[in-house]
Design a protein around this ligand. Structure first.
Ligand code: TRP
Length: 339
Protein backbone atom coordinates (compact mmCIF):
# COMPACT_ATOMS: atom_id res chain seq x y z
CA UNK A 1 0.00 0.00 0.00
CA UNK A 2 2.87 2.43 0.66
CA UNK A 3 4.88 1.49 -2.39
CA UNK A 4 7.44 4.04 -3.60
CA UNK A 5 5.78 4.02 -7.02
CA UNK A 6 2.37 4.84 -5.56
CA UNK A 7 1.06 7.42 -8.02
CA UNK A 8 -2.26 8.19 -6.38
CA UNK A 9 -2.77 11.89 -5.55
CA UNK A 10 -1.60 12.84 -2.07
CA UNK A 11 -4.18 14.13 0.34
CA UNK A 12 -3.47 15.78 3.67
CA UNK A 13 -5.95 16.89 6.23
CA UNK A 14 -6.15 17.00 9.96
CA UNK A 15 -7.86 18.10 13.11
CA UNK A 16 -6.89 20.25 16.03
CA UNK A 17 -6.78 17.99 19.06
CA UNK A 18 -8.98 20.05 21.34
CA UNK A 19 -11.79 17.58 21.99
CA UNK A 20 -13.31 14.32 20.85
CA UNK A 21 -14.98 14.39 17.42
CA UNK A 22 -18.75 14.61 16.94
CA UNK A 23 -21.47 13.95 14.38
CA UNK A 24 -20.68 17.23 12.61
CA UNK A 25 -17.16 15.95 11.92
CA UNK A 26 -18.62 12.64 10.76
CA UNK A 27 -20.86 14.27 8.16
CA UNK A 28 -18.41 17.00 7.15
CA UNK A 29 -15.19 15.05 6.86
CA UNK A 30 -14.75 11.64 8.49
CA UNK A 31 -17.13 9.83 6.18
CA UNK A 32 -15.42 11.10 3.05
CA UNK A 33 -11.96 10.36 4.48
CA UNK A 34 -12.95 6.72 4.90
CA UNK A 35 -13.80 6.65 1.18
CA UNK A 36 -10.78 8.73 0.05
CA UNK A 37 -8.27 6.40 1.67
CA UNK A 38 -8.91 3.95 -1.20
CA UNK A 39 -8.43 6.40 -4.07
CA UNK A 40 -5.75 8.66 -2.56
CA UNK A 41 -2.56 8.41 -0.62
CA UNK A 42 -3.97 9.89 2.55
CA UNK A 43 -2.20 11.48 5.50
CA UNK A 44 -4.11 12.56 8.60
CA UNK A 45 -2.45 15.04 10.90
CA UNK A 46 -3.28 15.24 14.59
CA UNK A 47 -2.68 18.99 14.78
CA UNK A 48 -1.66 19.41 18.41
CA UNK A 49 0.76 22.26 17.68
CA UNK A 50 -1.96 24.19 15.88
CA UNK A 51 -4.34 23.42 18.76
CA UNK A 52 -1.90 25.18 21.10
CA UNK A 53 -2.20 28.42 19.12
CA UNK A 54 -5.43 29.19 20.94
CA UNK A 55 -5.12 26.74 23.83
CA UNK A 56 -1.76 27.62 25.33
CA UNK A 57 -3.42 27.72 28.75
CA UNK A 58 -4.43 24.07 28.58
CA UNK A 59 -1.68 21.95 27.03
CA UNK A 60 -2.91 18.95 29.03
CA UNK A 61 -6.23 19.04 27.15
CA UNK A 62 -4.40 19.21 23.83
CA UNK A 63 -2.16 16.26 24.75
CA UNK A 64 -4.99 14.09 26.05
CA UNK A 65 -7.02 14.59 22.89
CA UNK A 66 -4.28 13.38 20.54
CA UNK A 67 -5.15 9.82 21.52
CA UNK A 68 -8.91 10.56 21.71
CA UNK A 69 -9.05 11.88 18.14
CA UNK A 70 -6.89 8.99 16.91
CA UNK A 71 -9.37 6.59 18.50
CA UNK A 72 -12.24 8.45 16.80
CA UNK A 73 -10.47 8.00 13.44
CA UNK A 74 -10.05 4.27 13.95
CA UNK A 75 -13.60 3.84 15.26
CA UNK A 76 -15.21 5.36 12.15
CA UNK A 77 -13.18 3.15 9.85
CA UNK A 78 -9.95 4.97 9.05
CA UNK A 79 -7.68 2.04 8.27
CA UNK A 80 -4.06 2.58 9.34
CA UNK A 81 -2.86 0.29 6.56
CA UNK A 82 -4.44 2.69 4.04
CA UNK A 83 -4.07 6.04 5.82
CA UNK A 84 -1.01 7.41 7.60
CA UNK A 85 -2.02 8.94 10.93
CA UNK A 86 0.67 11.19 12.41
CA UNK A 87 1.27 13.65 15.24
CA UNK A 88 2.18 17.22 14.30
CA UNK A 89 4.34 18.04 17.32
CA UNK A 90 6.47 14.95 16.63
CA UNK A 91 7.38 16.21 13.15
CA UNK A 92 10.16 18.80 13.64
CA UNK A 93 10.41 19.44 9.89
CA UNK A 94 7.02 21.16 10.09
CA UNK A 95 8.33 23.64 12.64
CA UNK A 96 11.46 24.32 10.56
CA UNK A 97 9.43 24.86 7.42
CA UNK A 98 7.15 27.24 9.32
CA UNK A 99 10.18 29.33 10.33
CA UNK A 100 11.36 29.43 6.73
CA UNK A 101 7.95 30.32 5.31
CA UNK A 102 7.41 33.15 7.80
CA UNK A 103 9.93 35.10 5.72
CA UNK A 104 7.78 34.76 2.63
CA UNK A 105 4.60 36.26 4.07
CA UNK A 106 3.78 39.67 5.51
CA UNK A 107 1.98 40.45 8.75
CA UNK A 108 -0.56 42.56 6.88
CA UNK A 109 -1.35 39.68 4.54
CA UNK A 110 -1.98 37.44 7.55
CA UNK A 111 -4.18 40.07 9.15
CA UNK A 112 -6.20 40.28 5.94
CA UNK A 113 -6.76 36.51 5.73
CA UNK A 114 -10.57 36.17 6.02
CA UNK A 115 -10.36 32.95 8.08
CA UNK A 116 -7.99 34.51 10.58
CA UNK A 117 -9.92 37.79 10.69
CA UNK A 118 -13.15 36.01 11.61
CA UNK A 119 -11.47 33.69 14.09
CA UNK A 120 -9.72 36.58 15.86
CA UNK A 121 -13.08 38.34 16.20
CA UNK A 122 -14.78 35.17 17.41
CA UNK A 123 -12.19 34.66 20.12
CA UNK A 124 -12.19 38.34 21.11
CA UNK A 125 -8.38 38.56 20.79
CA UNK A 126 -8.33 42.05 19.23
CA UNK A 127 -4.73 43.36 19.41
CA UNK A 128 -3.75 40.66 21.89
CA UNK A 129 -3.80 37.86 19.35
CA UNK A 130 -1.04 35.33 20.10
CA UNK A 131 1.63 35.54 17.37
CA UNK A 132 1.34 31.78 16.94
CA UNK A 133 -2.36 32.14 16.22
CA UNK A 134 -1.90 34.93 13.67
CA UNK A 135 0.73 32.78 11.98
CA UNK A 136 -1.06 29.44 12.05
CA UNK A 137 -1.88 29.74 8.33
CA UNK A 138 1.87 29.63 7.75
CA UNK A 139 2.22 26.54 9.88
CA UNK A 140 -0.68 24.99 7.99
CA UNK A 141 1.09 25.86 4.73
CA UNK A 142 4.09 23.98 6.11
CA UNK A 143 1.86 20.96 6.87
CA UNK A 144 0.39 20.88 3.39
CA UNK A 145 3.61 21.44 1.45
CA UNK A 146 5.79 19.18 3.60
CA UNK A 147 3.64 16.26 2.49
CA UNK A 148 3.50 17.62 -1.08
CA UNK A 149 -0.25 17.25 -0.88
CA UNK A 150 -2.20 18.22 -3.99
CA UNK A 151 -5.63 17.86 -2.41
CA UNK A 152 -6.67 19.30 0.96
CA UNK A 153 -10.19 18.60 2.20
CA UNK A 154 -11.25 21.47 4.46
CA UNK A 155 -14.44 23.22 5.46
CA UNK A 156 -15.46 26.24 3.41
CA UNK A 157 -14.30 28.55 6.20
CA UNK A 158 -10.74 27.25 5.77
CA UNK A 159 -10.51 27.70 1.99
CA UNK A 160 -8.61 31.05 2.32
CA UNK A 161 -5.88 29.14 4.16
CA UNK A 162 -5.23 27.02 1.10
CA UNK A 163 -5.00 30.15 -1.02
CA UNK A 164 -2.50 31.61 1.42
CA UNK A 165 -0.47 28.38 1.34
CA UNK A 166 -0.39 28.46 -2.47
CA UNK A 167 0.85 32.05 -2.39
CA UNK A 168 3.76 30.95 -0.24
CA UNK A 169 4.42 28.04 -2.60
CA UNK A 170 4.60 30.38 -5.60
CA UNK A 171 6.90 32.82 -3.84
CA UNK A 172 9.31 30.14 -2.77
CA UNK A 173 9.29 28.36 -6.11
CA UNK A 174 9.98 31.71 -7.80
CA UNK A 175 12.84 32.41 -5.39
CA UNK A 176 14.37 29.00 -6.11
CA UNK A 177 13.60 29.07 -9.82
CA UNK A 178 12.14 25.58 -9.75
CA UNK A 179 8.80 24.07 -8.78
CA UNK A 180 9.90 22.13 -5.74
CA UNK A 181 6.77 22.83 -3.73
CA UNK A 182 3.35 21.72 -4.92
CA UNK A 183 0.23 23.88 -5.02
CA UNK A 184 -2.83 22.29 -3.46
CA UNK A 185 -6.50 22.39 -4.30
CA UNK A 186 -9.05 22.78 -1.51
CA UNK A 187 -11.70 20.10 -1.54
CA UNK A 188 -14.78 21.63 0.08
CA UNK A 189 -17.55 19.23 1.17
CA UNK A 190 -20.68 19.26 -0.97
CA UNK A 191 -22.94 18.50 1.97
CA UNK A 192 -23.95 21.43 4.14
CA UNK A 193 -22.62 21.90 7.64
CA UNK A 194 -24.55 19.98 10.27
CA UNK A 195 -26.23 22.37 12.72
CA UNK A 196 -26.09 21.80 16.47
CA UNK A 197 -29.07 20.16 18.18
CA UNK A 198 -30.24 23.66 19.19
CA UNK A 199 -30.41 24.72 15.55
CA UNK A 200 -27.38 27.01 15.80
CA UNK A 201 -25.33 27.15 12.65
CA UNK A 202 -22.48 24.96 13.82
CA UNK A 203 -22.24 21.86 15.94
CA UNK A 204 -19.50 22.48 18.45
CA UNK A 205 -18.47 20.94 21.72
CA UNK A 206 -17.89 24.35 23.29
CA UNK A 207 -21.48 25.38 22.44
CA UNK A 208 -22.85 22.31 24.22
CA UNK A 209 -24.94 21.47 21.14
CA UNK A 210 -22.92 18.52 19.86
CA UNK A 211 -23.47 14.77 19.81
CA UNK A 212 -20.03 13.20 20.29
CA UNK A 213 -19.19 9.99 18.42
CA UNK A 214 -18.70 8.38 21.82
CA UNK A 215 -22.24 9.29 23.04
CA UNK A 216 -23.99 6.54 25.00
CA UNK A 217 -27.42 5.47 23.84
CA UNK A 218 -28.99 7.48 26.70
CA UNK A 219 -27.03 10.56 25.66
CA UNK A 220 -28.22 10.15 22.09
CA UNK A 221 -31.81 9.83 23.26
CA UNK A 222 -31.45 12.90 25.52
CA UNK A 223 -29.92 15.00 22.74
CA UNK A 224 -32.71 14.12 20.34
CA UNK A 225 -35.31 14.88 22.99
CA UNK A 226 -33.80 18.37 23.37
CA UNK A 227 -33.49 18.84 19.62
CA UNK A 228 -35.00 22.03 18.18
CA UNK A 229 -38.12 21.44 16.05
CA UNK A 230 -40.90 23.91 15.26
CA UNK A 231 -41.80 25.89 18.39
CA UNK A 232 -45.28 26.61 16.97
CA UNK A 233 -46.07 22.94 16.43
CA UNK A 234 -48.02 22.51 19.66
CA UNK A 235 -50.60 19.82 18.90
CA UNK A 236 -49.96 16.68 16.86
CA UNK A 237 -52.76 17.71 14.50
CA UNK A 238 -51.17 21.17 13.86
CA UNK A 239 -49.32 21.66 10.60
CA UNK A 240 -45.57 21.93 11.31
CA UNK A 241 -42.61 23.66 9.71
CA UNK A 242 -39.87 21.59 8.09
CA UNK A 243 -37.48 24.46 7.29
CA UNK A 244 -35.16 25.14 10.21
CA UNK A 245 -36.45 22.02 11.96
CA UNK A 246 -33.28 20.28 13.08
CA UNK A 247 -34.84 16.81 13.13
CA UNK A 248 -35.47 17.07 9.39
CA UNK A 249 -32.00 18.46 8.72
CA UNK A 250 -30.59 15.39 10.47
CA UNK A 251 -32.94 13.03 8.67
CA UNK A 252 -31.75 14.53 5.38
CA UNK A 253 -28.15 13.95 6.47
CA UNK A 254 -28.45 10.47 7.98
CA UNK A 255 -31.47 8.64 6.57
CA UNK A 256 -30.48 6.74 3.45
CA UNK A 257 -34.10 6.62 2.25
CA UNK A 258 -34.97 10.05 0.81
CA UNK A 259 -38.44 8.88 -0.20
CA UNK A 260 -39.21 8.07 3.42
CA UNK A 261 -37.95 11.50 4.53
CA UNK A 262 -40.00 13.26 1.87
CA UNK A 263 -43.08 11.35 3.05
CA UNK A 264 -42.44 12.41 6.66
CA UNK A 265 -41.98 16.04 5.57
CA UNK A 266 -45.30 16.05 3.72
CA UNK A 267 -47.06 14.46 6.69
CA UNK A 268 -45.52 16.96 9.13
CA UNK A 269 -46.50 19.93 6.97
CA UNK A 270 -50.03 18.60 6.67
CA UNK A 271 -50.38 17.99 10.40
CA UNK A 272 -50.90 14.72 12.22
CA UNK A 273 -47.25 13.77 12.71
CA UNK A 274 -46.11 14.42 16.26
CA UNK A 275 -42.59 15.43 17.33
CA UNK A 276 -42.29 12.35 19.53
CA UNK A 277 -42.99 9.96 16.65
CA UNK A 278 -40.75 11.94 14.31
CA UNK A 279 -37.91 11.99 16.81
CA UNK A 280 -38.22 8.25 17.39
CA UNK A 281 -37.55 7.73 13.70
CA UNK A 282 -34.36 9.83 13.86
CA UNK A 283 -33.33 8.12 17.07
CA UNK A 284 -33.48 4.67 15.47
CA UNK A 285 -31.21 5.88 12.67
CA UNK A 286 -28.64 7.57 14.92
CA UNK A 287 -28.58 4.70 17.41
CA UNK A 288 -27.88 2.29 14.56
CA UNK A 289 -25.15 4.54 13.14
CA UNK A 290 -23.38 5.24 16.42
CA UNK A 291 -23.63 1.86 18.20
CA UNK A 292 -20.90 0.13 16.14
CA UNK A 293 -18.71 3.27 16.27
CA UNK A 294 -19.09 3.40 20.05
CA UNK A 295 -18.26 -0.29 20.38
CA UNK A 296 -15.14 -0.03 18.23
CA UNK A 297 -14.18 3.12 20.11
CA UNK A 298 -14.41 1.29 23.44
CA UNK A 299 -12.26 -1.55 22.12
CA UNK A 300 -9.51 0.80 20.89
CA UNK A 301 -9.72 2.88 24.07
CA UNK A 302 -9.04 -0.30 26.06
CA UNK A 303 -5.81 -0.85 24.02
CA UNK A 304 -3.91 2.46 24.22
CA UNK A 305 -0.62 0.67 23.43
CA UNK A 306 -2.03 -0.54 20.14
CA UNK A 307 -3.21 2.97 19.23
CA UNK A 308 0.14 4.42 20.29
CA UNK A 309 1.87 1.90 18.01
CA UNK A 310 -0.20 3.10 15.07
CA UNK A 311 0.73 6.71 15.83
CA UNK A 312 4.39 5.81 16.19
CA UNK A 313 4.47 4.00 12.86
CA UNK A 314 2.49 6.70 11.04
CA UNK A 315 4.62 9.48 12.47
CA UNK A 316 7.85 7.74 11.45
CA UNK A 317 6.57 7.41 7.93
CA UNK A 318 5.50 11.07 7.96
CA UNK A 319 8.89 12.08 9.33
CA UNK A 320 10.65 10.58 6.36
CA UNK A 321 8.37 12.39 3.92
CA UNK A 322 8.44 15.80 5.63
CA UNK A 323 12.21 15.71 6.17
CA UNK A 324 12.78 14.90 2.52
CA UNK A 325 10.87 18.07 1.55
CA UNK A 326 12.76 20.16 4.09
CA UNK A 327 16.07 18.79 2.83
CA UNK A 328 15.23 19.61 -0.77
CA UNK A 329 14.24 23.12 0.18
CA UNK A 330 17.30 23.76 2.34
CA UNK A 331 19.53 22.69 -0.53
CA UNK A 332 17.62 24.69 -3.14
CA UNK A 333 17.62 27.85 -1.04
CA UNK A 334 21.30 27.31 -0.31
CA UNK A 335 21.08 27.32 3.47
CA UNK A 336 24.35 26.83 5.27
CA UNK A 337 25.27 23.22 5.93
CA UNK A 338 27.81 22.25 8.54
CA UNK A 339 30.55 20.34 6.75
N1 TRP B 1 -6.99 23.77 10.56
C1 TRP B 1 -7.53 22.45 10.70
C2 TRP B 1 -8.64 22.50 11.77
O1 TRP B 1 -8.97 23.53 12.26
C3 TRP B 1 -6.50 21.43 11.12
C4 TRP B 1 -5.29 21.34 10.25
C5 TRP B 1 -3.99 21.51 10.62
C6 TRP B 1 -5.25 21.06 8.85
N2 TRP B 1 -3.14 21.34 9.61
C7 TRP B 1 -3.87 21.06 8.49
C8 TRP B 1 -6.21 20.80 7.88
C9 TRP B 1 -3.47 20.83 7.18
C10 TRP B 1 -5.80 20.58 6.58
C11 TRP B 1 -4.44 20.60 6.22
O2 TRP B 1 -9.15 21.47 12.14
Amino acid sequence: MFSPIDTRPVILTGDRTTGPLHLGHYVGSLKSRVALQHSHRQFLLLADMQALTDNSGDPEKVRRNVLEVAIDYLAVGIDPTLTTICVQSALPALAELTMLYLNFVTVSRLERNPTIKTEIQLRGFERDVPAGFLCYPVSQAADITAFKASVVPVGEDQAPLIEQANEIVRRINRQIGRDILVEAAAMVPTVGRLPGIDGKAKMSKSQGNAIPLSASSDEIRGAIRRMYTDPDHLRVSDPGKVEGNVVFTYLDAFCGDQQLVDGLKAHYRRGGLGDVTLKRCLEDILQALLAPIRERRARYAAEPDYVMGILREGTWRARERTEATLGELRAALGLFTLA
